[in-house]
Ligand binder design. Structure first.
Ligand code: AMP
Length: 437
């Protein structure tokens, strides 16, 4: 038997309702913040990721799924969403759009050849946002508030927002020099990866999971102490906006994030407690003012984030989030061969009108069909036999209350619709929709 590939998973029909409900919430918060959806291809020219994410990052050096196509072009399955969105922004000249600040979001599968473990897959889903066209810290603040609002809308509490600033290119250069000087005498005490990073990507050493607690790193200079005046005021302004917006955050001076392209603000959202098991980061992001230019676009600043949607789902499972149910509205029991054509006509009319209807296709007995209706969680069951066809009338039973009505088949649609839209309880106390919405 062929099995799914390591690090991948199936979403079975019984779980798909939760995913759809989660995706809907994400889209509705995105709309409120006025971000528009963009969909880019799942594979791109490999150069895109080498030039943006960075040759020396784990993602590009160890984790991409690369393949040569029949035209001998190098393709890579996207390992993240920012580079493709930036590519599309440049290629489609979105910077010349009538809206000077373009606010986009995406949601879809990403691919990384990582060691699969709890919360870490080889195919996983990310939802991310990218806002182009302004260097204002107001936009950094908006993006962080948007990420926090997604969690609020999903009722995921107990989150921790960590922020830091890497500064502009000049700050980053100054800082790198100091960091290298500090690490040089004892670099051979760090792990093998950190020793490689010393040459290629020294900032990454700061958030190494293995060496994190070593005094050499604890006493290392911090990027925040090497910010230029402009970079410092960008960070101060951001903090002012976050305070004004009542967003809780902590400043983590060791936060650098794994990708090469970040400048100024970097941030992560972690879930406290046990919601995710080992992995606590659910969202990461920051400002990347030089990326558009470095991919041959105009000099346009940008800021964004990416959420692991699989990890959101794990967190939702822990808080017993109820997704969309897969109950049907009506089960129509057809009795007798001669009734089938008329019954299908009736079913088609109901479905076109939006009533979720199903029937039996295996000529089962009445008893077996009642069982089937139960398994489908049918809200109503109606029986259509020879007498019903002759009379043009049908018995409809509300499965919950046991109430039964005999009505004209012509009125079946209106009857079901009216019953379905009746409030399930007295809503006097919830005028604002918080109870039923
Ligand atoms: P990154 O693109 O590495 O900054 O990751 C952003 C978010 O995507 C992380 O905070 C995780 O929630 C999620 N993520 C990254 N890699 C994986 C993976 N292999 N499996 C599941 N989620 C992931």
């Amino acid at each position: 038997m062929i099995q799914k590939m390591k690090g991948t998973y199936d979403i079975l029909p019984s779980e798909v309702g939760k995913w759809q409900a989660l995706e809907r919430k994400i889209r509705s918060v995105s709309k409120i913040y006025h971000y528009q959806e963009i969909r880019t291809p799942i594979f791109e020219n490999s150069d895109l990721f080498h030039r943006s994410v960075g040759e020396h990052t784990d993602i590009v050096s160890k984790e991409t799924y690369d393949f040569m196509d029949r035209g001998k072009r190098k393709n890579t399955l996207r390992p993240e969403g920012t580079a493709p969105v930036v590519r599309s922004y440049i290629e489609n000249k979105m910077y010349a759009d009538k809206l000077p600040v373009q606010k986009l979001f995406y949601m879809g599968p990403m691919f990384r050849y990582e060691r699969p473990q709890k919360g870490r897959f080889r195919q996983f889903v990310q939802f991310g946002a990218e806002a182009f066209g302004s260097n204002s810290p107001m936009l950094d603040a908006e993006v962080i508030a948007y990420a926090v609002s997604v969690l609020k809308a999903l009722k995921i509490k107990d989150v921790r927002v960590e922020i830091n600033s890497l500064g502009d290119e000049e700050s980053k250069m100054l800082y790198k020099e100091e960091l290298l000087k500090h690490l040089a005498p004892e670099i051979d005490t760090l792990c093998h990866d950190c020793q490689t990073r010393y040459q290629s990507n020294p900032l990454r050493i700061l958030d190494c999971k293995i060496d994190q607690d070593k005094p050499l790193l604890k006493e290392a200079p911090k990027p925040i102490d090497y910010l230029t005046k402009e970079a410092q005021s960008h960070f101060d302004e951001l903090i002012g906006y976050l305070d004004a917006m009542d967003i809780n955050y902590t400043i983590n001076n060791n936060l650098v994030r794994g990708l090469d392209y970040y400048t100024h603000t970097v941030f992560e959202v972690h879930l406290n407690g046990d919601l995710l098991g080992m992995q606590t980061a659910i969202c990461g992001g920051g400002r990347y003012n030089d990326l558009v230019k470095s991919l041959d676009g105009p000099d346009i600043p940008a800021v964004g984030f990416a959420f692991g949607v699989d990890r959101l789902m794990t967190a939702l499972d822990a808080i017993d989030f109820q997704g969309d149910d897969d109950d049907i509205h009506l089960y129509l029991m057809i009795l007798g061969e001669e009734q089938k054509a008329e019954a299908m006509k009736l079913v088609q009319r109901l479905r076109i009108g939006g009533i979720l209807t199903d029937v039996d296709f295996l000529d089962k007995s009445m008893k077996a069909q009642f069982k089937l209706a139960d398994r489908m969680n049918a809200r109503f069951v109606a029986i259509y036999g020879a007498q019903e066809r002759i009379d043009g009338e049908i018995n409809v039973k509300n499965q919950k209350t046991g109430e039964e009505h005999r009505i004209s088949t012509k009125k079946l649609y209106t009857h079901i619709l009216t019953e379905l839209t009746k409030p399930s309880h007295d809503c006097e106390d919830c005028e604002d929709g918080t109870c039923c919405g």
